[in-house]
Each structure stands twice: as structure tokens, then as C-alpha cells.
Write a new protein. Structure first.
Length: 347
């Protein structure tokens, strides 16, 4: 069949640190019965295998899998995994057969309060522990309150023993690199990097498909049940990279493709991210952009329409995520109002 750009129904995750921006600022369709909930995450595109979704994450099937449900076109109501199983060559192109599930997890995060200090498994840990899944991620800062910051890696000279002692004393925050952030910043967090979002930050997150998080410090606060939330100190200490991370993003390369400003944000072994700033008007995307692999677009601002040969036009607005199949050709972009898009590609 002719596959076409796909949209999905988001899955909303209530978190102790969440707020209201995903509904109020991004306009995502949070169900009415969750309007007063602390929505910390919107999982916009996911295809996680059985046994990989944690018990405190909503939307999983009985076997612990979670695959986003398509909401447009002839594939509507199918999951992404079902669509890839039936039309893998059309959707995945040259990447078909390389992955058993779609290899990206796309989210929005709203940190109304500080997130717990946490770390995700690296490759060697995940290979030795089948229940753990590697997770590297990138945060694109969409909004940041005055003075907002993230925590990214440890300060120079911090050792495993120093970190363990600070955990016992409840003072581990003093050993973390606090990085001021502003809208438009983008930070890559390689697996093994201890990190946390600070309060007052709204981010678009691109990551490898994993729900494995080792919580190592939770600011000495209590959960909704009045008890301390579970920590995973041994696991975290086994995977934390104690080399300090780069505290600020490096200089990015910007260039023009026709009238579109392209900014390079992230390039790693799992994905690349470019920011596209597209003026009002219409243009055909250059043929060299078509890599015979799927790509994901996250609309951050503005409005537009994707027109693809042999497919219905697809309008998009802020907060929406689109999966463009590998076989899409002759893509024309009609921008109603200047828009900013994160373009996420496979390596």
C-alpha cells in the first residue's frame, strides 16, 4: 500500500514533578479527567517491546509493551508496531530488518519541579542485564523560566566514593554540574550521564526506546503516599560516568537550504537532530534530504502542511509529531505561518 505521514495519539504520564504546560502551552489533547493532574510527560511516538515499560508509566499493554496508536488515514487505530510489521519496507526503507521496533522514543517533558537525579544504563550494563535497556537522550529547551537550570554530569574531580558518601549525607546536589538553560538550547545526555531537569523547564526529548531509569537522589522529598520514592543507588553507581560532561552546548553550525535555516543540534550513534526554521510560503524539499529512511518531525511553533505524492495533505501545528515514511517522495512543505521544526533522523 501507499504509506503516508503518520500522526499518533499521545500517552500522558502523571509525575510528581509535572505541571500544566503540556496542555496549556502546547495544546496537547490531555483528557478532561487529567486536566488538574501533574502531567510530566507526553509520549508522542513510542514502540517499546514487551517487558520494557515500568509499572509507574501509563499506557502499557499487559505484556509491558507500548506502541503509539495512529490517528490519521487508512492505518488509523493501528499501533505503530502493527503498521511496521505489515508495511516495514515502506515505512522503514533501508532500516527495515535492522530494528525489531521503531528505534526512537519521542516525548515532551514539563518540569514544574526538579526531577529526581537519575542515570540510564550504558551499553555494557544493558548487555549484562536483559531487563535494562540502554538510554541516551537529547533535550531541546522549548521554554525556560528565569534562572532555570539542568543538572548534567558531575563536577571535575568527583569520584565514585565521594558520590556515594554524598548520597548517604543527602548532599549529592553539591557534586553535580548545574547548567543554566534558555529556550533554544539543546543538550545531549549520553547513557551513563547523571542528570536532572530543573524546575521551570519545558523540553522536547528525543531518546533511544527505553523506560529504564535508575533514580539516585530525589531531593529528600516524599512521594504522593507520604513515603520516600524508591532509589536505585547500587545500579546507578554501577553505570554513572564520573568524567565531567561538557557544561554548555558547543557552537552549532547554521546554514541555508533555499529559504530554510537549518541548525545542527545533535549527531550521535542513535539519531541526529536538526532545527528547521521555515518562513511562510511553499517549497519543495531538496532531493538530497530524502535518505530512504524514516524521519520524525516535531513542530515547535507555527503551522504548515506536508504535501507528498500520492498521499493526502497533512496539516501540522505546535506540539504535533509526524513520522515521515522512508518511501515518501516529492515532499512539498506549505507553511501557513513561520514554523520551527525539530527534524530527527536515524543514523
Amino acid at each position: 500500500m501507499n504509506v503516508y505521514p503518520l500522526k499518533f495519539s499521545p500517552v500522558f504520564q502523571e509525575r510528581i514533578w509535572g505541571g500544566q504546560k503540556i496542555r496549556q502551552n502546547l495544546g496537547r489533547p490531555v483528557p478532561r479527567d487529567m486536566h488538574k493532574a501533574r502531567i510530566g510527560e507526553a509520549w508522542e511516538l513510542a514502540d517499546l517491546p514487551a517487558g520494557s515499560v515500568k509499572v509507574d508509566s501509563a499506557g502499557a499493554a499487559a505484556d509491558g509493551s507500548l506502541s503509539s496508536r495512529i490517528i490519521n488515514g487508512s492505518l488509523a487505530k493501528q499501533t505503530l508496531h502493527e503498521a511496521i510489521t505489515a508495511h516495514g519496507a515502506d515505512i522503514m526503507g533501508r532500516a527495515a530488518g535492522k530494528y525489531s521496533h521503531f528505534p526512537l522514543l519521542i516525548k515532551y517533558l514539563d518540569a514544574a519541579a526538579d526531577l529526581s537525579v537519575q542515570v540510564h544504563p550504558n551499553k555494557s550494563y544493558a548487555e549484562a542485564h536483559p531487563e535494562a535497556h540502554l538510554k541516551s537522550e537529547a533535550w531541546y529547551i522549548m521554554e525556560a523560566a528565569p534562572g532555570a537550570k539542568i543538572y548534567k554530569g558531575v563536577k571535575p574531580g568527583v569520584t565514585r566514593d565521594m558520590f556515594a558518601a554524598a548520597l548517604q549525607a543527602g548532599t549529592v546536589d553539591r557534586l553535580l554540574q548545574a547548567v543554566p538553560v534558555h529556550a533554544g538550547d539543546c543538550h545531549f545526555l549520553e547513557s551513563g550521564t547523571v542528570h536532572a531537569l530543573g524546575a521551570g523547564v519545558l523540553v522536547a526529548e528525543v531518546q533511544t526506546p527505553s523506560d529504564t531509569t535508575f533514580r539516585v537522589f530525589d531531593w529528600n522529598r516524599l512521594g504522593p503516599d507520604g513515603k520516600s520514592r524508591t532509589l536505585h543507588i547500587k545500579e546507578a553507581l554501577d553505570v554513572i560516568n564520573f568524567a565531567p560532561s561538557a557544561p554548555t552546548p558547543p557552537q552549532r553550525r547554521h546554514y541555508l537550504v533555499d529559504d530554510t535555516v537549518v541548525s545542527e543540534l545533535v549527531a550521535c550513534d542513535y539519531f541526529s537532530i536538526h532545527r528547521l526554521t521555515v518562513p511562510e510560503g511553499s517549497q519543495t524539499l531538496p532531493p538530497q534530504w530524502l535518505q530512504e529512511k524514516p524521519e520524525v518531525w516535531m513542530c515547535l511553533s507555527g503551522q504548515g502542511v506536508l504535501e507528498i505524492a500520492d498521499a493526502m495533505p497533512l496539516a501540522f501545528a505546535p506540539g504535533e509529531t509526524i513520522l515521515i515514511p522512508a518511501t515518501a517522495r516529492q515532499i512539498r512543505l506549505r507553511v501557513v505561518s513561520e514554523c520551527t521544526v525539530l527534524r530527527v533522523q536515524l543514523p
